[in-house]
Design a protein around this ligand. Structure first.
Ligand code: ADP
Length: 441
């Protein structure tokens, strides 16, 4: 990263240097040509005064060196030229500076020379007799000027380059240094880096989430092992009695029943854990279908009919068709677990009333029983994973403590709301309100 910042800084400084050089040279070149042009105009003015006084005699023995002096009559024909014999020269009337001088008294222009290495500056002045005096001088091109300034310029460029390199290196290190010094184990303890605060806060949040997840996983594993131990002890205990011949013939069948009960409890536990882990992953939206809450509740009641009959509990389904767009497996899971609890936590001769109605484009399911009810202090815990009421454990009512947490999680995935109304001695009612459009994810 340091290298990247360094390279970027170098690139920026070099580009800035090149751009300012081009700009400065351009401005200077233009500035000097204007000075040169003004000087030329003054010189032609002086020379014009000489010609006015002396006439052609002015040109005798004139030493003009790099200047070229031309005297033209009012028709543009050359009377005198310091470079070439005047007879060889063509008419000059077409030259812009000559035309301008004839019209306005003075004229100026600049043109590239035939070889394009030089630019020629021209200044012309009209004399009182109508003739025109013109002077020309070559202006060196920008490249020649650059070559002239060569050494000084090279020294300045070198100095700026070295400075840019040194500063870029220092700057890139200073930008990266605080990043290396960050304490990533305690993101919020880092001070003096306001720009990184959102990143650090996010890091801290993620770390806390990870820690919480690890803690949940640990608790979950401990709970699963604990819940598995009871049926395993039952199974191995009764199996051992049969193996050692300690069971009488008439005991064998009830013992086998106990073993089967233990196995069933383990199967139920595994099923519930699988349901929960599916829910933890979040049901994909593609599983959403147009279903009917009433039909789902009826199917769940049907599945549990024999269990209800064995417990002497009467299942009563009422209400009407309640169409819903949701994940069918989750609706089934909610209805099944609630009805099963109504049967399990009940007494012979008890009832479970199941009712479904459409509401505000969504649907509502209510499962009510006339069982023992739930003590107020337990009500906030019953939706927790592996929570089982004291009664359920002491009375040996089979269960995993996962039923209601599956209901809660499935409702969350579907965007449904749960309402619990229960009091000891008055039974329990759980109402689940499904929203108009099934929400998943
Ligand atoms: P499980 O039924 O396997 O114990 P749940 O999560 O379904 O697990 O229920 C948690 C606890 O809530 C139960 O152990 C029980 O004490 C209490 N409970 C749930 N439903 C009822 C109900 N309809 N009547 C009385 N108590 C209930």
């Amino acid at each position: 990263m340091t290298k990247r910042i360094f390279r970027t800084l170098c690139l920026v400084s070099f580009t800035a240097l090149a751009a300012s050089l081009i700009l400065i040279l351009g401005v200077l070149y233009d500035y000097f040509s204007r000075i040169q042009q003004t000087q030329l105009a003054m010189q032609v003015q002086l020379a014009a005064q000489g010609v006015e006084k002396l006439g052609e005699a002015y040109f005798d023995g004139l030493d003009v060196r790099e200047y070229r002096v031309t005297w033209l009559d009012s028709a543009g024909d050359v009377l005198y030229d310091s470079g070439t014999p005047s007879a060889d020269l063509e008419n000059h009337l077409a030259r812009p500076e000559v035309r301008q001088a004839l019209a306005e008294g003075t004229g100026q222009s600049r043109r590239m020379s035939a070889t394009l290495t030089e630019r020629m500056l021209y200044a012309a002045q009209k004399l009182s007799d109508g003739t025109v005096l013109r002077m020309a001088v070559a202006q060196s091109s920008i490249f020649v000027m650059l070559l002239g300034a060569g050494q000084g310029l090279a020294a300045v460029i070198l100095l700026v380059l070295v400075l840019a390199l040194l500063l870029s290196r220092r700057l890139s290190r200073r930008i990266v240094e605080p990043l290396g010094a960050l304490d990533l184990d305690a993101p919020l303890q880092n001070t003096g880096c306001e720009e990184l605060e959102p990143l650090l806060r996010r890091l801290d949040r993620q770390q806390r989430q990870l820690r919480a997840q690890a803690e949940m996983r640990r608790q979950f594993t401990a709970n699963v092992s604990h819940e598995l131990k009871t049926p395993l002890h039952v199974i191995s205990g009764y199996a051992e009695l049969i193996e050692n011949g300690l069971a009488r013939d008439e005991d064998i069948r009830p013992f086998a029943g106990k073993i089967r009960g233990g196995v069933q409890q383990m199967v139920k536990l595994v099923e519930d854990i699988i349901s929960l882990s599916h829910l933890d992953e979040g049901a994909p939206a593609t599983q959403t279908e147009q279903t009917d809450l009433h039909a789902a509740a009826a199917a769940a009641a049907e599945e549990l009919a024999s269990e209800a009959e064995a417990a002497g509990v009467c299942l009563e389904l009422s209400g009407r068709s309640a169409p819903l767009s949701a994940v069918p497996a989750l609706i089934r899971s909610i209805a099944f677990n609630l009805i099963e609890n109504g049967i399990k936590y009940n007494h012979p001769g008890g009832h479970v009333w199941i009712r479904t109605v459409p509401e505000d484009g969504g649907a509502v399911l209510t499962v009510r029983d006339d069982g023992p009810g739930i003590p107020p202090e337990q009500q906030e815990h019953i939706f927790e994973r592996f929570y089982r009421g004291d009664e359920s454990r002491s009375k040996d009512i089979p269960g995993t403590g996962l039923g209601l947490s599956i209901v809660k999680h499935a409702a969350l995935v579907l965007g449904a709301e749960i309402e619990l109304d229960s009091a000891p001695g008055r039974g329990t009612a759980v109402t689940v309100r499904f929203p108009a459009s099934g929400k998943t994810g």
